[in-house]
Write a protein that binds this ligand. Structure first.
Ligand code: NAD
Length: 492
């Protein structure tokens, strides 16, 4: 086992009740650098007893924490924000080493995470609900948002720095205790962020880290002391988490996978659209729930647009995420790389034409890395496997439609509803798209429909199970209960 300078930690530990402790199940796995194939460290999996210890500490911390003045609860978050900024480069480097994406992408994701800490610092305003005087004769009514206890978040591998921060700052600033279970594939970033949490000065037990895999998740879902669960990951797992958490009487919000479509009309700035749509397809190696998978182009400009996409795709540079010129880093595991390669084969077998073939890519000096170059198919149909299923790799399909109506019809055939983008110069087309496209995050003339932290992160259909989403006011409502306070003073 080798240790990288950027990572430079021992084994990945849990952070429970203010202490760093080793998970005790006896199970675990190596954390492997996807660009080199070398193990960086290893992570142990937490047993149900480890989970119980964290929940008990969280329950005890909650009793005091919920009573702390709200201004006091946000002070550690201000410190956490400064520490994240101070250590952003070091965190980004560790993130690249364990995930494979580029340094710029890693810094970008941390910035989006920090935004959430900033928004959660506004909790004194976000916690406010409503008040109506004279709601009935002599009666005033008030809604009060109150914290509920211990919450847990189970997060995916693809944004190990950002996604935990969709939840953590809001849960704790609203007065709850919080437990994070990060992905076992890249848990180093979370551990490094928790080293900063430790310095930020939260009371013991308020914010905790529990590493592990399926058994750990099941222990979380089955623990009576956990009020609710936030989940982000693949659709089959999201659906299972949603069902199990609900069956165990917990609040649950579960964000799943995606298959995002882009529509390009003949009035769009085609060069701009091609540059934005392609970079959004291949950013983070396509391992993004907001990656563009399918571009639907108005017939009259289809051939011209295909040529622009090919040129953009061919200009991508595949390599180690810490090399400055790299635009597409390594895929998370050799198994995942093979899965994506199998999708390319399926695309060819099902009759799509592969016009950019990145399968033979070689990255000098990193022969054991999980690399795949960009692959572009033309003339895909909505029935094809590569158009229906989430691939999570640098694969892009192109198809044509007669007009905006047909394009929206095609995109709405998807079982997923995470995001969709439109490139157009027509306000009328944009309005149709806004009214009718079935996705939770929509963008016009922007390649990636990624909401800022002061809006919630949308998701519909098989991309989301629940009603209150991550980020901002939605997640504050998820982490609080609105108690209604009815007051009568007959003498008043
Ligand atoms: P995943 O579903 O394999 O794992 C997510 C988490 O669930 C991990 O912490 C993992 O330990 C746990 N897990 C995995 N299998 C489990 C099981 N059978 N039972 C209980 N827990 C289990 O997802 P991933 O591969 O880490 O992440 C990629 C997926 O996440 C993609 O599908 C992507 O679209 C999705 N994603 C969605 C969003 C969104 O906002 N909708 C954001 C990011 C990623």
């Amino acid at each position: 086992m080798t240790d990288s300078d950027a990572v430079n930690i021992g084994e990945v530990h849990n952070y429970v009740d203010g202490d760093w402790v080793a998970p005790t199940s006896g199970e675990g796995q190596d954390v492997v650098n996807p660009a080199t194939g070398e193990a960086l460290t290893s992570v142990g999996f937490s047993s149900p007893e480890d989970v119980d210890e964290a929940v008990t500490a969280g329950q005890s911390a909650f009793e005091t924490w919920r009573q702390a003045p709200i201004e006091e609860r946000i002070q550690p978050l201000f410190r956490f924000k400064s520490l994240l900024e101070e250590h952003q480069d070091e965190l980004a480097e560790a993130l690249v080493e364990e995930h494979g994406k580029t340094f710029k992408e890693a810094k970008g994701e941390l910035r989006r995470g920090i935004e959430n800490v900033e928004v959660a610092c506004g909790m004194p305003r976000l916690m406010q609900a409503g008040h109506v005087e004279n709601a009935a004769p002599q009666i005033d009514e008030t809604a009060v948002r109150q914290p509920l206890g211990v919450f847990a978040a189970i997060t995916p591998f693809n944004f190990p720095g950002m996604i935990p921060l969709w939840f953590l700052p809001y849960a704790v600033a609203s007065g709850n205790a919080f437990i994070l279970k990060p992905s076992e594939r890249d848990p180093i970033t979370a551990m490094k962020m928790f080293e900063l949490i430790e310095q930020a000065g939260f009371p013991d037990g308020v914010v905790q880290l529990v590493n592990g895999g399926v058994e750990t998740v099941n222990a979380i879902l089955e623990h009576d002391g956990i009020e609710g669960v936030s989940f982000v990951g693949s659709t089959p797992v999201a659906e299972t988490i949603y069902e199990k958490a609900a069956a165990n009487g917990k609040r649950v919000q579960a964000q799943g996978g995606a298959k995002n479509h882009v529509v390009v009309t003949e009035t769009a700035d085609l060069e701009f659209a091609a540059a934005k749509a392609v970079s959004s397809s291949f950013a983070c190696g396509g391992e993004r729930c907001l990656a563009n998978d399918v571009i639907i182009v108005e017939e009259s400009v289809y051939e011209e647009f295909v040529d622009l996409v090919v040129a953009e795709a061919e200009s991508q540079v595949v390599g180690h995420g810490l090399d400055e010129e790299t635009t597409i880093g390594a895929l998370i595991t050799p198994e995942h790389e093979q899965r994506v390669r199998d999708y390319v084969e399926t695309g060819i077998e099902e009759g799509a034409e592969l016009i950019v073939d990145g399968r033979d890519v070689e990255v000098e000096g990193y022969e054991n890395g999980n690399f795949l170059g960009p692959c572009v198919f033309r003339d895909v149909t909505p029935e094809m496997t590569i158009t229906r299923e989430e691939v999570f790799g640098p694969i892009l399909g192109l198809t044509s439609a007669a007009d905006i109506d047909e394009a929206i019809e095609i995109l709405n055939k998807s079982e997923f509803g995470n995001a969709a983008s439109l490139f157009t110069g027509s306000g009328a087309d944009a309005q149709k798209f806004r009214h009718r496209a079935e996705a939770g995050n929509l963008a016009v003339n922007a390649g990636t429909a990624a909401p800022m932290a002061f809006f919630h992160f949308g998701g519909q259909k098989d991309s989301f199970f629940g009603d209150l989403h991550a980020q901002s006011e939605d997640v504050v409502r998820f982490y609080t209960d609105e108690t209604i306070y009815i007051e009568r003073w007959p003498d008043a």
